[in-house]
Design a protein around this ligand. Structure first.
Ligand SMILES: C[S@@+](CC[C@H](N)C(=O)[O-])C[C@H]1O[C@@H](n2cnc3c(N)ncnc32)[C@H](O)[C@@H]1O
Length: 231
């Protein structure tokens, strides 16, 4: 089954999912409680375990055909409450989680063109669960009073993109500092040109190392690890 091209609220605008992927730290368990056809999950290297929740049957059916993925047709707010994500802390299962939360638009910010939407009160309920979370998480939306207030301790990053209605700015809020390492570093760079330049630099280094005699190459790699210990 192929994901539909134009799922409402999709993060599929050019460069948008890639910009979000370049904010996501390494993880083993990926949770997407308002999944839709989750363009971020489509773009990032799949985690070892992935869990998708949506009230709409189509994304649930789709994700259940994808690698390392399980999907359930459930209410995400009920799921997040029942699964006690607000009391998760490092050391508790699941190991190395990451939560990507892309709820329907807040009614104050624009008309949500979904079959399933959230009222302003449901957004407040969601924010009350999400704001104290310890697991690394991103929540997406347009800026509005409720989000700014509830997420004032989170880091806000604005993402500009081209919509049918012109240039728009969507915000992602993150509850962790800029990561020192990414789960999937393929999209580092602000645009295609920067990414291509970075790939060229990588190829130059690899070619230089490949040409070295094996012992010298290993000595060089040891020096590199010594100067830049793996995180
Ligand atoms: C913004 S869209 C997600 C878009 C997706 N991230 C993408 O890139 O295509 C929000 C999704 O939340 C789902 N949804 C709405 N209310 C829900 C609820 N209470 N529980 C679970 N899913 C819900 C909608 O069906 C919709 O697929």
């Amino acid at each position: 089954m192929k994901p539909p091209y134009n799922w409402p609220g999709s993060k599929g605008a050019p460069g948008m999912a890639q910009a979000i992927v370049s904010q996501i730290p390494p993880h083993q368990f990926y949770l997407s409680p308002f999944a839709g056809f989750d363009s971020v999950a489509q773009s990032i290297r799949p985690a070892e375990r992935r869990l998708f929740i949506d009230l709409h049957p189509d994304p649930v059916e789709y994700w259940n055909t994808q690698p390392n993925a399980k999907a359930y047709q459930r209410d995400a707010i009920q799921y997040l409450t029942a699964a006690a994500w607000s009391t998760w802390s490092p050391g508790k299962p699941p190991h190395a989680p990451f939560i990507f939360i892309d709820p329907p638009f807040h009614p104050e910010t624009c008309d949500a063109p979904y079959t399933h939407t959230l009222t302003a009160d449901q957004h407040k309920e969601l924010l009350a669960i999400v704001a104290p979370m310890k697991a690394p998480a991103i929540i997406c939306g347009y800026r509005c009073k409720d989000y700014d207030r509830a997420l004032k301790r989170w880091r806000a990053v604005n993402l500009e993109y081209q919509s049918r209605r012109g240039r728009r700015v969507e915000t992602i809020w993150l509850n962790y500092p800029p990561p020192a390492k990414l789960h999937d570093p393929r999209y580092i760079g602000r645009n295609k040109r920067e990414r291509e330049r970075r790939r060229r630099r990588e190829r130059t280094v690899i070619n230089t190392l490949t040409r070295l005699p094996p012992l010298e190459r290993q000595a060089m790699l040891d020096k590199i690890y010594e100067a830049f210990p793996p995180q």
